[in-house]
Ligand binder design. Sequence first.
Ligand code: NAD
Ligand code: 6OD
Length: 488
Amino acid sequence: MNRAHYIGGTFLPHGDDTGPHGDDTGTRPLINPVDGTIRGKVPEAGRETVDAAVAAARTALGGPWGSTSAEDRAAALRRIADGIQARFDEFVEAESGDTGKPRELAATIDIPRVIGNFRAYADLLYGRPEHAYATAIPGWSTGTGQALNYTVRRPLGVVAVVSPWNLPLLLLTWKVAPALAAGNTVVAKPSEETPSTATLLAEVIGQADLPPGVFNLVHGSGVGGAGEHLTTHHDVDAVAFTGASATGAAIMRGAADHITPVSFELGGKNAALVFADADIEAALEGTLRSAFTHSGQVCLCTERVYVERPVFEEFVAALGERARSLTGYGPMISAAHRDKVLSYYRLAADEGAKVIAGGGVPHFEDARDQGFYVEPTVLAGLPQSSRIVQEEIFGPVCHVAPFGTEDEAVRLANDSRYGLAATVWTTDLSRAHRVAPRIEAGVVWVNCWNLRDLRTPFGGIKNSGIGREGGAYSLDFFSEPVNVCIQI
Ligand code: NAD
Ligand code: 6OD
């Protein structure tokens, strides 16, 4: 597969045959996290390549795309969704190949959601209300009678989309679809670790009859690379970013020079609160899923579990047993990320944590032993101030601690610099309603986890993000209201 930049409706030649494009800085190897082998190459866009992509997006804004109706754009999004659906298996293969996630996960979550993102925004365009206000002319103004105000929304312009490696195309299209729906043009930069499905998307868009330059793709790394060139670019009108909080802070500093609006979905250290009145079986299965899906490499994964004292010992023992029996899980994305996660496992041991399950590296006696696997791990016994309890690890690990009262549970959940998501397990309806709104997080699930309705607001507070995406929230971010006032 040729993972090339896609600019102005054309894939640029790169790498093997032709050498780097423009001032590209060569290629980097793409590593298979399952067995450590090299599975391809990714070009590293230099500044000229990023400039060319932004220029193509700017030109496309002034072309036919700039005057498309919502109906035309909805039809374009549906053609993209159909194009992905037609190549479903190829997308699954590429997503699973880049990330190492089990094919089943890519086939049941990632790629269906990618298609869902395009379809959802095609549908949502029709539900957009337009506002009009009849205004009485005040005495001090000239003229008499009334004025009519109406508010139209216009696209922001050229939008930069920068996305991470964990749910590569799901998170990229979660921004690309509403950005296009609102009439913007896009320059996307996927993670350098997972460029394949974004490249397939460019192929699909190339066949979906969108004007050239409406969607552009550049590959490359972040700091000092394509990501930084793009997000600091003077001709980019908005940056939509998902990734680590520290990266968000760096992007925000760069965006400040041009007062570029940003939408950020950042890190998390998500809490689950398990009350003694919960359906314990459901809470156990839910916590297992929320801690270990995609080996903990989902920003919404639970890394802190607080359990009410009367059921604490029983819960910890059962969660440990279930974590030990997990099979078929995927690796960490890279050797570097595996080493980071293992450094937290070592820190936990050094700090005297009780290792209830895992804590090391699994042995498979096959090629996976050269891959980047770590064991699903359950820890207990550390104080709330421990780095294990405070820092995002982004691996298959959770720490379980007891609580005594509802107030204490809420206090512990909120004792974090992050505020992305939380889960509450209780059968007491009043308690659920009391507790959920007190939790400092953008999303609170009660007796479930990661149930997503694409119309609902999604995002974090504190270090977990700025703004909300989803449904009308995304369409609001990706467009600007303009008020027109006519005296009548
Ligand atoms: P990352 O921040 O390292 O990289 C994300 C993207 O940003 C990549 O494309 C990268 O090349 C680019 N990038 C890095 N530095 C940059 C810079 N200075 N300027 C511009 N671009 C830059 O994140 P990651 O390691 O790919 O992903 C894991 C992180 O993402 C975790 O912290 C996780 O919590 C977070 N995440 C958050 C959400 C959410 O919805 N809140 C979703 C998924 C992942
Ligand atoms: O489901 C979504 O829309 C979403 N933004 C999920 C984020 C997952 C983070 O890894």
